[in-house]
Design a protein around this ligand. Structure first.
Ligand code: APR
Length: 234
């Protein structure tokens, strides 16, 4: 049990494991996306330059999967927690919208959002887009002549809103990571940044690769453990 007070500033990092119980596959586990696709074929700027159709096939498949997914008790528990703890900072590596569906607001999607697209050439802001671009669909173009790409941070690109993320990390009074394998930077090093300063807690069915940096690991599924993990004190 983690006792927290409304004065606390918890930093919560979520990964694919928090959406697993909603039916969205993780990346590296059994049935994970990276067991069936190669990152360099579908999730890198090089892949986009080489084969835009294949990239859009991959993200269209993920849009289809995510479009029927609904939040699980872990997403709802985090929404309730953020109401009790107004200084809570929620940062997700997930590109699905399950935190929002559960009622969370003002979170950081450091790896982008699946249901948004943007131009690969001009500065037109990202826009809502639920379309599937699969053959025979054409890949859409921007008015400037550029190609419309998924609003996703690919390998080799810089995650979104890192200034805001590091500001929150450096002020947090508790660090909690949920359902992330601790293998993808920069998120994997967040816990090292707070190491020795604040209590750091991991929650997931197995230890992450960076387990030694956490002060404690709670082994189990997020949807089962998270709803009872926090107690609000004075
Ligand atoms: N509850 C909590 N954790 C779970 C659950 C569950 N029900 N089921 C699985 N997990 C854990 C797994 O044990 C694993 O440690 O979720 C983690 C998922 O790890 P990854 O598949 O590596 O996903 P993640 O860490 O979020 O990946 C980071 O890699 O390719 C990218 O951009 C993609 O954002 C993603 C990033």
């Amino acid at each position: 049990m983690l006792t927290v007070s409304p004065r606390d500033r918890p930093f919560i990092l979520t990964g694919a494991g928090v959406s697993a119980e909603s039916g969205i596959p993780t990346f590296r586990g059994v049935g994970g996306f990276w067991r069936n696709y190669r990152i360099e074929d579908v999730a890198s700027p090089q892949a986009w330059r080489r084969d835009r159709r294949l990239v859009w096939e991959f993200y269209s498949m993920r849009r289809r999967l995510a479009s029927t997914a609904r939040p699980n008790p872990a997403h709802f528990a985090l929404t309730r927690l953020s109401r009790d703890l107004p200084r809570l900072f929620l940062c997700t590596q997930n590109v699905d919208d399950l935190h929002e569906q559960a009622g969370s607001r003002d979170l950081v999607h450091m790896h982008g959002e699946l249901f948004k697209s943007r131009c690969d050439s001009c500065n037109r802001p990202p826009f809502e887009d639920t379309n599937l671009y699969e053959p025979p669909a054409e890949i859409p173009r921007c008015g400037c002549g550029g190609w419309i790409r998924p609003h996703i941070c690919w390998f080799g690109e810089v995650p979104f809103e890192l200034d805001r993320v590091y500001h929150a990390l450096d002020r947090c009074t508790l660090f909690v990571a949920i359902g992330t394998s601790g293998t993808v930077e920069p998120a994997a090093s967040f816990v090292a940044r707070v190491f020795g300063r604040v209590r750091s807690v991991y929650l997931g069915p197995e230890e992450p690769a960076n387990a030694s940096c956490f002060t404690e690991c709670h082994v189990g599924k997020a949807g089962e453990i998270l709803p009872g993990l926090f107690a609000i004190g004075g």
